[in-house]
Design a protein around this ligand. Structure first.
Ligand SMILES: Cc1ncc(C[n+]2csc(CCOP(=O)(O)OP(=O)(O)O)c2C)c(N)n1
Ligand SMILES: [Mg+2]
Length: 276
């Protein structure tokens, strides 16, 4: 990757993180931790890898992104707004009655949202159906789906994973946002998912392990996934929940609450200032 692409992606990711903080603060509720942990992955997808047309969201040749961990909606909304799917002002009406952007993604109400998610595990299953449909239609588009490590405890994930390998869905790239925390604390304390790489390998997937905050590694893995034929790829991305805001990093408490005025100012300062 070129230096100027790297700088561009870092800048976009910082702006997306600022929008996450500001939109959740304005809403007074929401999920900052898991939105911040996924910001670099979502930035790499929308601003480097995926083929999408914001002015034509249903373009048939587009790649699809499904946010299976739907509670991290603010990161998806910030990326979609920045990409031009809808005006940025919508971000600051998040979770308001009748607003376009609700607490969890709604495919019927928001341009660019491919699947309504929030019930953990379901988005992943839907992405497998989409991958299969694209194969049957002989289309080149790819499906990208992001899961959480808490989400990975859902039984539905494993049934879907088995199906994806059975149908040789090499058009499917799943990314695990492995931040080690879920709603009630540490993944390892609630119900450990390790050894996670071996589990997916044994299910017939191509497995890659990366640092989910390193753009070079994210993009290299996405490209390797695209070159892999005959099986789907699971990218296990090690991340930090709350990444970028010191007091939110690795703090289970910030899974699902909004920062107050003072916390918002500190967070925005750490992320490089307030945007216009
Ligand atoms: C089926 C289902 N059960 C429970 C919940 C409530 N819930 C929302 S987020 C969450 C924790 C998810 O943890 P993880 O997947 O690790 O997300 P992240 O750390 O990325 O925020 C839970 C249990 C849900 N949304 N869906
Ligand atoms: Mg998690």
């Amino acid at each position: 990757m070129k230096e100027k692409d790297l700088e561009r992606l870092k800048k976009i990711a910082a702006e997306i993180r600022q929008d996450i903080i500001q939109s959740i603060h304005k809403a007074g509720s929401g999920h900052p931790g898991g939105s911040l942990s996924a910001a670099d992955i979502v930035t790499a997808l929308y601003f480097y890898k995926m083929k999408v047309e914001p002015e034509n969201p249903k373009w048939e040749e587009r790649d699809r992104f499904i946010l299976s961990k739907g509670h991290a909606a603010p990161v998806l909304y910030a990326a979609l707004a920045r990409k031009g799917f809808f005006p940025r002002e919508e971000l600051f009406k998040l979770r308001k009655l009748n607003a376009m952007l609700q607490g969890h993604p709604d495919m019927k109400g928001t341009p660019g949202v491919e699947m309504s998610t929030g019930s953990l595990g379901q988005g992943f299953s839907a992405s497998i159906g989409m991958g299969l449909a694209l194969k049957l239609d002989k289309r080149e588009s790819r499906i990208y789906v992001l899961l959480g490590d808490g989400e990975m405890q859902e039984g539905i994930v494993w049934e879907a994973g088995m199906a994806a390998a059975h149908y040789q869905l090499d058009n499917l790239t799943a990314i695990l946002d492995y931040n080690g925390l879920q709603i009630d604390g540490k993944n390892d304390d609630v119900m450990r998912i390790q050894p996670i790489a071996q589990k997916w390998e044994s299910f017939g997937w191509n497995v890659l392990e990366i640092d989910g905050h390193c753009f070079e590694e994210i993009i290299e893995a996405l490209e390797q996934a695209e070159k892999t034929k005959g099986r789907p790829t699971m990218i296990i991305a090690k991340t930090i929940k709350g990444k970028g805001v010191s007091f939110m990093e690795n703090a289970p408490d910030w899974h699902g609450k909004a920062p107050n005025d003072e916390e918002t100012q500190i967070a925005l300062r750490e992320l490089g200032g307030v945007q216009g």
